[in-house]
Design a protein. Sequence first.
Length: 313
Amino acid sequence: MSAVAERTTIQVRPLTPVIGAEISGVDLRQPLDAATVAILKAAIHQWRVLFFRDQPITDAQQLAFGRAFGPLTPAHPIAEGLDDHPEIWQRKAAEYKSRRPDVTVPSAPPPRDNKGWHIDITFVANPNRYTILRGIDIPAYGGDTLFANLVRAYDGLSEPIKRLIDPLKTVHRTSGYDRAGSGKARRDGRATGPFVSLHPLVRIHPETGEKVLFVNPGTTSHIVGLKEPESRGILEMLINEITRPEYQVRFHWSPHALVLWDNQAVAHAGPIDYAHFDLPRVVRRITVAGELPQGPDGFRSQALEGELFNVLG
Ligand code: OGA
Ligand code: MN
């Protein structure tokens, strides 16, 4: 048996036919060899989100794992990272409490109830390529995360709707949620927004060439060039498609679990149950830098307000 074959004991076990696979036989405390990285890259492009269990790794090991997939960004364009690791965003359960629907009377125009569904950081013109979330303090029950396959959501549309949306562009802006940290100066001196970007509505996946329904239920404000009711109606229809249960997988966390998702092909929703209970939940997130999304006609995303997401390496 060759040295490579001996090391690649890794197993990829799909969890649904359309999204999500659990990875076993890999120890993230060790540097990944090239064969393992190649298997993980193929698996992420096929299954979109990979789940690892029982990986008691350090912050530095999480960073090393992320760098196997490309240079990292800071924790967030607005929120601060950890003092000793500016790439790491620590998130506590209290952040998800405000996601209780129907507690306020909507003002006009009503904020969209996105039920927590979003794509990470699309208010910048160069959203991150991958997100890596590590469980630090995980409740015994509750606090699950949902993931949806945006390639399947596009594929499932009828041909006339695909033809309609293929050339369209949308505006994405910082939502109330992402604005939470604004107002305070950043340690690195960068501006804290507002961030507004112009994106293709349909994105060509940079690695697989597939078409992705690139609508962010959290931050896509409107479709450019349409009348407001047309834009609102089409976005609502597309968001209904994105959040169809048959395109989803639901991850139940366990201590030392880690999740890697392709933010170019996945929408996700953080815990939807924190309005109902109070168990601690802490996760630490890093993001691998991405490129400017490209539409089917070659259009590249543009920043309308605010800087690009910077890259730390
Ligand atoms: C994120 C996120 C969801 C969760 O960190 O980008 O959406 O379940 N987290 O904590
Ligand atoms: Mn997210």
